[in-house]
Design a protein around this ligand. Structure first.
Ligand code: C2E
Ligand code: MG
Ligand code: MG
Length: 732
């Protein structure tokens, strides 16, 4: 029974309180003050009503509510509080706040309405009472007028019947006075107030203020020493009126009439009904609002086709993930999966089958994923899986592989067998970033890389991020670095290992950034090429090296300087003019300038390169092919170029052992260079053993840490003086 009762409980605490109060009032009214209602059947009904209310408030069950499917409990049957998520609770809180405000407002409005209603009621009652009370006075006045008309002398005359009636009616009358419009007394028929001339005077004065009607009765309420007097004035002739004044408690009576239990009960009931109605209406409204908000939230955060979370839902998912993950112990991977050439499926098989494919992919993802994974559909053919992992990325990669295999397994679309390919980009929390949106961006960069290089999976690598903060900062600062002296040159000696002479130095640019420190030219020369700053950079290098050459020449040292050119420089007419100027008018005459071009720079536009190289050659400038062996040289072209020096790339030189296959290769390269009638330079010579090997193979020049690291101009001189290498003479 108790369980059954509990199941049906459907009353809120406010409801119970009001009901208990109302019920008790009804019982008290019906049992202890039956006279108020007066009708015994009604009294019995009121008592029964009271008992029902008290019982239902105690049992917290209202059968009427059950019949109407209503509940006024805090929680409700449509959205139970246990089901609410944090967003619902927030909504609920907001709605409750609004609801309380509306309830307060409703109570105030109903109270004001009740007060207004009472005032109106008071007036109506008062008017009714006044007209009822004054009827007697008016009747007395009419009789008095009749008697007066028949009287031969002041006083009362007429037949006994009228007089008796008059006496009866005028029992309460204090004053009957005949007067003109200005209340000049013509005669007085009845004057019980004679003993109080002040009162008579006062009443008459107050009468004067009235605009007396010539056809109708004029009524007024007067007040004297706590007494209310009712006054009715009737026209007798054109110039004569009769005023009847008598004691009245009509006003007080009508006010106290408002406080009778019936009106009190009606008022309380109206108030309660208003509160209950508003509360109930608002509760229903808030339930619907929460449901609608939930629905809306679901729709806005989920993809309608696959039922997966969408891009908007992803932000929230990542935020929760980050909150729940202890970065010291665990991490998670953001895996972006792109369906390769999905567009063609749509274009060739139609959108319907395209949609089917997406649903199938979503299903496969759900099947393969554990409950700890989050799956999101990012855009039409890009899915995202967030999976927890330890700090070992390889584990996450294995998961990604599994996901790929699962999606790529053959599927049947209608009658068509389909093999889908995927590309995956991954980023890791907390290694790559601690911010959700940033992790997605980084995974997207990795995805772009895997699509670009046609590989199945790519991790995020900062080098591939063309938008990294560091890169953007450096790019923005490169121009001012060139203009404002953040660049400097270091020089690396090049020595002839057959003659033991210093044959020159290579100028290598350095950028010391105020924030990031030393930046490698490998990093920023490429940006300078892409951002159109390479000509500016090369101009700066040429000017600076020329100044250094001037200083060395002045100090009596003959040290040719090799300058690296970018392929972009070859198309710049100004550069050719500058080189010409520096050679003919500046310190770069007499073979002191050498230019280095990489193989690829030459092969990019061989015709243009040949034209420029011939122009330089005419000026007596030595030209070297840099990083030889790494590019795509065509020997036919190389033979036609006025190249005097081949610089074998350091990757062929470093760590070369005598027995190595590399050594064989190296030897062939040296021979090839000689066959092309070039002087051969080996770059990247780090130790004496390799140097000796090169000497044995007949290599002409070497450059490398084993000889001297790139150093300042002063450092070069110090090294030179201590090294034992001989200097060279100025060319004629
Ligand atoms: P590069 O022209 O081949 O320059 C030689 C690079 O090898 C230099 O790196 C040098 O420091 C390094 N190197 C020299 N000896 C050794 C060695 O024994 N072992 C190893 N591991 N490395 C050695 P750096 O200075 O970082 O320059 C890199 C590249 O940047 C240069 O390669 C060149 O292509 C480019 N670069 C440098 N300065 C300029 C410049 O002023 N203009 C242009 N366009 N490119 C420049
Ligand atoms: Mg070089
Ligand atoms: Mg090189």
């Amino acid at each position: 029974m108790g369980t059954l009762m509990r199941k049906y409980r459907n009353m809120g605490s406010l409801d119970r309180m009001v009901r208990a109060f109302l019920g008790t009032c009804c019982i008290v009214l019906g049992v202890f003050a039956p006279g108020v209602i007066g009708v015994s059947l009604l009294n019995a009904l009121v008592v029964a009503f009271g008992v029902i209310n008290v019982v239902s408030s105690a049992a917290r069950v209202c059968p009427a509510y059950i019949a109407c499917g209503i509940s006024t409990l805090k929680s409700d049957d449509t959205v139970s509080e246990s089901e609410l998520d944090s967003k619902d609770v927030k909504d609920m809180f907001e709605i409750r706040k609004t609801r309380n405000k509306i309830v307060m407002l409703a109570v105030v409005i109903v109270t004001v309405l009740l007060v207004l209603f009472s005032i109106v009621l008071l007036h109506v009652t008062h008017d009714l009472a006044m007209s009822r009370d004054s009827m007697r006075g008016e009747a007395a006045a009419v009789l008095a007028v009749d008697l007066h008309k028949n009287a031969t002398r002041p006083g009362f005359s007429g037949d006994g019947g009228d007089r008796a009636l008059f006496e009866e009616l005028a029992m309460d009358v204090n004053l009957i006075v005949f007067h003109d419009e200005d209340v000049h007394k013509i005669s007085s028929s009845y004057e019980r107030l004679g003993s109080d001339p002040l009162l008579v005077e006062k009443l008459l004065t107050s009468l004067k203020k009235n605009k007396l009607s010539k056809t109708q009765v004029t009524r007024k309420m007067l007040m004297h020493e706590g007494h209310h007097f009712l006054q009715s004035t009737l026209p007798v002739t054109d110039q004569t009126w009769v005023s009847v004044v008598f004691d009245s408690n009509v006003h007080i009576g009508s006010i106290s009439g408002l406080f009778v239990p019936k009106i009190v009960i009606v008022s309380v009931s109206v108030l309660w009904l208003a509160i209950w109605g508003v509360t109930y209406g608002l509760r229903k409204y808030s339930q619907q609002t929460i449901k609608a908000a939930r629905e809306l939230r679901y729709r806005s955060t989920h993809d309608s086709l696959t039922g997966l979370r969408n891009r908007i839902g992803l932000d929230e998912t990542l935020k929760n993930r980050i909150d729940q993950t202890d970065p010291m112990k665990n991490g998670f991977a953001v895996v972006l999966i792109d369906l390769v050439r999905f567009r063609y499926v749509n274009d060739t098989l139609g959108y319907e089958l395209g949609d089917q494919l997406l649903v199938e992919v979503a299903e496969r993802l759900k099947r393969i994923s554990s409950e700890y994974y989050d799956i999101i559909r990012m855009s039409s053919d890009v899915f995202c899986v967030i999976c927890p992992c330890d700090h070992d990325r390889a584990n996450a990669c294995r998961v990604a592989n599994k996901i790929q295999d699962c999606i790529e397994a053959q599927k049947q679309l209608g009658d068509i067998p389909l093999n889908m390919q995927t590309r995956v980009g991954m980023s890791f929390y907390p290694f790559d970033s601690a911010s959700g949106p940033e992790l997605v961006r980084l995974a997207d960069i990795a995805l772009t890389q895997s699509k670009k290089h046609n590989i199945r999976i790519s991790y995020y690598q900062a080098d591939n991020d063309s938008h990294s903060v560091r890169k953007l900062t450096l790019l923005a600062g490169l121009r001012s670095a060139i203009e404002e002296g953040e660049l400097s040159l270091v020089y690396q000696p090049k020595v002839d290992i057959q003659k033991n002479t210093l044959v020159g130095v290579e100028a290598l640019v350095r950028w010391t950034h105020p924030e990031y420190g030393a930046i490698s030219p490998v990093e920023f020369v490429g940006w300078a090429e892409k951002s159109g700053l390479i000509d500016k950079l090369t101009h700066w290098v040429l000017h600076t090296a020329e100044e250094q050459s001037r200083l060395w020449t002045a100090a009596g040292y003959y040290i040719p300087i090799a300058i690296n050119l970018s392929p972009v420089n070859l198309c710049n007419e100004d550069l050719a003019l500058l080189v010409e100027k520096l050679v003919t008018e500046g310190a770069f005459g007499h073979g002191l300038l050498e230019l280095e071009l990489t193989e690829n720079a030459v092969m990019e536009d061989p015709t243009k390169a040949l034209e420029t190289m011939l122009a330089f050659h005419k000026l007596g400038i030595q030209i070297a092919i840099d990083d030889f062996g790494t590019g795509l040289s065509s020997f036919t072209y190389l033979r036609r170029f006025p190249v005097s020096n081949l610089k074998i790339d350091r990757t062929f030189v470093m760590d070369t052992g005598i027995e190595d296959r590399d050594a064989v290769l190296l030897r062939s390269m040296i021979e090839l260079g000689h066959n092309l009638e070039c002087v051969v330079t080996a770059e990247g010579v780090e130790d004496q053993e390799v140097l000796e090997l090169l000497r044995k193979y007949g290599c002409d020049y070497v450059q490398g840490y084993g000889v001297c690291r790139p150093t300042t101009a002063q450092g070069v001189l110090e090294w030179y003086l201590a090294s034992g290498y001989q200097g060279q003479q100025l060319a004629a």
